[in-house]
Design a protein around this ligand. Structure first.
Ligand SMILES: *Cc1c(COP(=O)(O)O)cnc(C)c1O
Length: 291
C-alpha cells in the first residue's frame, strides 16, 4: 500500500491587498495530493488505512451526509487500495443519486441509508452491532474521517513546511485537520480554522478535546473563525461565488464553495479588517475538495 505523500508545494500569492497590508501569503497545495482522494482526506486516511491493514481488515465502514467529501474520498481510497467500502448515509435515499454518491457507488461503495434520528446516535454499540451482523467484520472510520490517526496524518502538514510563518489556516468541518495542525505546531505560531458550518462554536470544544486526547496538552495558539459559513454547510451566497471566480482567475488555483472558497473569503476579509500585523506571513492550506 503506497500511502506516503510527496511534500506539497507552497504557492506564493500576489495581490494589491497583500502589498497594501504588507503581508505574505502562501497556499499549500494539498489539493494536488491526488485527483480523487484529495487534500486532507488522504492525510486523514493514511494512518487509518495502515491500521486497517495491520488489523487484517478487508472492509472499511464509514458515515456521511449525501454530499460528504469524506464518503467520496473513502470510496476512492478503498478502490485504490483494495478495501471493500460501506457508506452509511444520513437520510433517505433519493434517485437519481447525486454526483458524490454516484461516484461512491461506481467506485464500489455499498450505500446504506439510515434516518436522521438514527444518524445522530450512529456510534451506539447496538447500531454498530447491527452493522456487524449485516455486513460482517469491518474497520470503522468515523464521520469526516476524524480520529486520533487522522490527527497524526494532519500533523505532517506542518512538518512539511520549511519556511518561517506566523499563521496557518484551513477550512474546518469536523475539526480533525486543524487539530493535527495545532498538535504539529506544538505551541508555536498560530492556527486558524474557518468553520464551514453554521454554529461552528462547537468546534472549539471538539478541537480542544481532539488536541488534548492526542497529545495530552492544551494549547492557546489557535482559534476557530465562525463568521464565514454563508448560511451553513454547503450553502452559498453570490458574493462568495464572485470572490471565488476572481481568485481562480487571478491565481489559477481552483476552489470549491463548501470549504476552501469560504476559508479564503474569510481570510481575505480578515486581512482587509487588519486582523494581521504588517510583515506577517500566512499559510493557507488548500484542503482540496470535490468540485
Ligand atoms: C473534509 C474537508 C474539510 C474538513 O476537514 P475537517 O478535518 O473535517 O475539519 C476541509 N476542506 C475540504 C476541502 C474537505 O473536503
Amino acid at each position: 500500500m503506497q500511502l506516503s505523500i510527496n511534500k506539497t508545494s507552497l504557492e506564493k500569492i500576489s495581490s494589491p491587498l497583500l502589498d497594501e497590508k504588507k503581508l505574505t501569503l502562501y497556499v499549500k497545495r494539498d489539493d494536488l495530493i491526488h485527483p480523487t482522494v484529495s487534500g486532507n482526506k488522504w492525510r486523514k486516511l493514511k494512518y487509518n488505512l495502515q491500521e486497517a491493514q495491520k488489523q487484517k481488515h478487508d472492509t472499511l465502514l464509514t458515515f456521511g451526509g449525501a454530499y460528504s467529501n469524506h464518503i467520496y474520498a473513502l470510496a476512492a481510497a478503498g478502490k485504490l487500495f483494495g478495501f471493500k467500502t460501506i457508506g452509511i448515509i444520513r437520510g433517505e435515499k433519493t434517485l437519481p443519486l447525486n454526483p458524490v454518491l454516484e461516484f461512491a457507488q461506481k467506485s464500489g461503495m455499498r450505500l446504506y441509508y439510515i434516518s436522521r434520528t438514527a444518524y445522530r446516535d450512529k456510534y451506539n454499540p447496538e447500531l454498530i452491532g447491527e452493522f456487524k451482523e449485516r455486513f460482517g467484520k469491518f474497520y470503522l472510520v468515523p464521520e469526516g474521517g476524524t480520529n486520533m490517526l487522522a490527527v497524526q496524518g494532519c500533523e505532517e502538514i506542518v512538518e512539511e513546511i520549511d519556511i518561517d510563518f506566523d499563521y496557518i489556516c484551513c477550512a474546518s468541518g469536523t475539526g480533525g485537520t486543524i487539530s493535527g495542525i495545532i498538535t504539529g505546531l506544538n505551541g508555536k505560531h498560530k492556527a486558524l480554522g474557518f468553520s464551514a458550518l453554521k454554529g461552528g462554536e462547537f468546534l472549539k470544544d471538539d478541537v480542544g478535546n481532539l488536541v488534548k486526547g492526542y497529545c495530552g496538552k492544551d494549547f492557546d495558539n489557535w482559534d476557530i473563525i465562525t463568521d464565514y459559513h454563508f448560511g451553513g454547510y454547503a450553502k452559498s451566497k453570490p458574493e462568495l461565488l464572485e470572490f471565488m471566480k476572481q481568485f481562480e482567475k487571478a491565481h489559477k488555483i481552483p476552489l470549491e464553495f463548501i470549504y476552501t472558497g469560504k476559508m479564503l473569503y474569510g481570510l481575505f476579509d480578515l486581512i482587509k479588517k487588519d486582523y494581521f500585523k504588517e510583515g506577517q506571513t500566512i499559510i493557507a492550506v488548500h484542503t482540496g475538495g470535490v468540485r
